[in-house]
Design a protein around this ligand. Structure first.
Ligand code: F6R
Length: 602
């Protein structure tokens, strides 16, 4: 969702900004633009894809060694040239790019209009350059004018500002929207997220809420917005490499990341026992545990809930983050456990803040070091899946599931349900999964490609699963919706007879997840139930389960595993199916329409 890149250095800024914008495309956007400083401010911006805008406007051909760029995902005002960022003040002295939402923009707009300011766009962002201009006009310096402006803004924002009057400086401000400064000798970058600066540096300063950065050729200063006081900060070394954030021969990031799941799981499995112990203790000592998450992370959280209940006799309430404050009453001795790969999802951050205000403690599981969730949590855990660029979460899901499975086993040992020896055995079984995933993916790819061809004109379908298979049915259905735009719904198979069965008629397609374990027989019963009503069924079932084959159109055989580990394997054909269907139907799986990688608005 909206991306920011900025550069101050010795090199020509525009090509670097253009490259940075391309690296931010995965966040989702509908328009883009660049401003550079050279004899005043030049701006080129438009609606559309960055490559299209570049071929129309030649973005790289802009003078100057300082500049800012933005990929916009429309919130206030339709996607259009005039609403695209950067935005300027009327005197063309100040150019601003902004991520987030200014909640009080209408009030500020009215105030500025009454002072004679004229607006060119419908965006909330445009109040910012005018407000800075307003304070400059009243004799304040550049930095002070930015601070005074930031103090008037309500909402969430990451802002980067370039000035015609000081062609060697960028100023950035952060409030509840990620912003980093990539430090490099002879020039620095500012960006909304790390992959945009990885080609140049992996030394980054992470801005916190209420902080501003003043970035010049040789220096970076961090100050408090409130009073302008200096803040001392050391850059962090990020262990992501450029290679990790590139396609490396795959046609799409999504396919690359589906194939990287084995490595992601291996990396997650390196979590220390101390970390697991701290988290297990925090869960165990709390009166109630609320696990909050959205989308795919919510599905991983549900797998965690089943695993904690089954293995460790431990009950956690899993809540969709945006519903948390409507439906839960967090209290002092409760724990809110946030699962978010990006660490920036506004709904999840809000749920944690709400719980903390009521005195609950907060823990998080995230993939991004330095992300916002890590700043507001008392206990921070990482999945270490490496950067995920495809908008659809794939490898981070497997890493989250792996972490939660480890945690459930650890708690089972702690609570006396398995011995230490039993725990070690289970962990070593889990460690064998990545190797089997690689072979499995290779084996099923031709079958899934054929299925995608066969069902390329599908308009709707249903996913059914039971027990730990149900969250995977939800995940398969979500992937198919977002990547192939197929209307699909997932049900616990036991729910069919309570309503959805009425929808089944001749030719209705159901994807049935027959996971190993106690629910298997009942799933076969459910398949018979829908077949009797004319449905077509594609079943994912354990290898050698021949009786399933008797009833269904197609069977994808899944290598045998413990029931509790099955989500890690069953999810692969479903991710691949969504990818292949997306391709068959002519869509770009890395850029699903209307969606963004990091959802930083509520
Ligand atoms: C789906 C997907 C989204 C995210 C959701 C939460 O493929 O990626 O549903 O899972 O927006 O994102 P995080 O985990 O960053 O909080």
């Amino acid at each position: 969702m909206c991306g920011i890149i900025g550069y101050v250095g010795r090199k020509k800024a525009a090509p670097l900004l253009l490259d940075g914008l391309k690296r931010l495309e995965y966040r989702g956007y509908d328009s883009a633009g660049i401003a550079t400083v050279a004899d005043g401010i030049q701006i080129k911006k438009d609606q559309g894809k960055i490559d299209e805008i570049d071929s129309k406007l030649d973005l790289a051909d802009m003078k100057g060694t300082v500049g800012i760029g933005h990929a916009r995902w429309a919130t206030h005002g339709e996607p259009s040239q005039r609403n695209a960022h950067p935005h300027m003040d009327a005197d063309r002295r100040i150019a601003v790019v902004h991520n987030g939402i200014i909640e009080n923009y209408e009030e500020l707009r009215e105030f500025l209009k009454s002072e004679g300011y004229k607006f060119k766009s419908e965006t909330d962002t445009e109040v910012i350059p005018h407000l800075i201009n307003y304070f400059l006009e009243r004799g304040n310096g550049l930095e002070k004018s930015v601070r005074l402006t930031a103090r008037r803004l309500k909402g969430s924002y990451a802002i980067a500002i370039a000035f015609a009057d000081d062609s060697n400086k960028l100023v950035v401000v952060r409030e509840q929207s990620p912003l980093i400064i990539g430090i490099q000798n002879g020039g620095s970058f500012v960006a909304s997220d790390i992959p945009a600066v990885l080609p140049h540096t992996n030394r980054v300063l992470i801005l916190e809420d209420g902080e501003m950065g003043i970035v010049t050729l040789d220096d970076v200063q961090i100050k408090r917005v409130n009073d302008g006081k200096d803040i001392q900060k050391e850059p962090m070394e990020i262990d992501w490499t450029l290679e990790m954030a590139e396609k490396r021969g795959y046609p799409h990031f999504m396919l690359k990341e589906i194939n990287e799941q084995a490595t992601a799981i291996q990396n997650t499995l390196r979590v220390s026992e101390e970390e697991l112990n701290r988290l297990a203790k925090a869960l165990g000592e709390s009166d109630r545990v609320y696990v909050v998450a959205c989308g795919t992370s919510y599905h991983a959280a549900l797998v965690g809930k089943y695993a904690l209940a089954k293995l460790a006799d431990f009950s956690a309430e899993v809540v969709i983050s945006s519903e948390f404050q409507e439906s839960c009453i967090p209290r002092k001795n409760d724990l809110v456990f946030a699962i978010t790969q990006s660490g920036e999802t506004a709904d999840t951050l809000k749920a944690v803040r709400v719980a903390k205000e009521k005195g609950s403690r907060a823990a998080c599981l995230t993939n991004v070091v330095g992300s916002s969730i890590t700043r507001i949590s008392d206990l921070v855990c990482f999945t270490h899946a490496g950067p995920e660029i495809g908008v659809a979460a794939t490898k981070t899901f497997s890493s989250q599931v792996t972490y939660l499975l480890l945690l459930a086993h650890y708690m089972a040992k702690d609570r006396g349900y398995i011995t230490s020896k039993g725990y070690r055995e289970k962990v070593s079984q889990l460690k064998k999964i990545p190797a089997s995933e690689k072979d499995f993916l290779e084996r099923i790819t031709p079958q899934i490609e054929k299925l995608a061809k066969k069902y390329r004109n599908l308009s709707e379908c249903y996913f059914i699963g039971r027990g730990i298979g149900f969250p995977i049915a939800l995940e398969g259905s979500l992937k198919l919706k977002e990547i192939a735009y197929v209307n699909s719904v997932a049900y616990p198979a036991g729910e069919l007879k309570h309503g959805p069965l009425a929808l089944v008629e001749e030719g209705t397609l159901l994807l049935a997840l027959v996971t190993p374990g106690s629910a298997r027989e009942r799933m076969i019963g459910n398949i018979e139930e829908v077949k009797a009503r004319g449905a077509e069924v594609v079943a994912l079932a354990p290898e050698g389960l021949n009786e399933v084959g008797k009833h269904v159109e197609e069977i994808v055989s899944i290598p045998s595993s413990r029931e509790i580990f099955s989500p890690l394997i069953y999810v692969l054909p479903l991710q691949l199916l969504a990818y292949c269907m997306g391709i068959e139907r002519g869509y770009d799986p890395d850029k699903p329409r209307h969606l963004a990688k990091s959802v930083t608005v509520e």
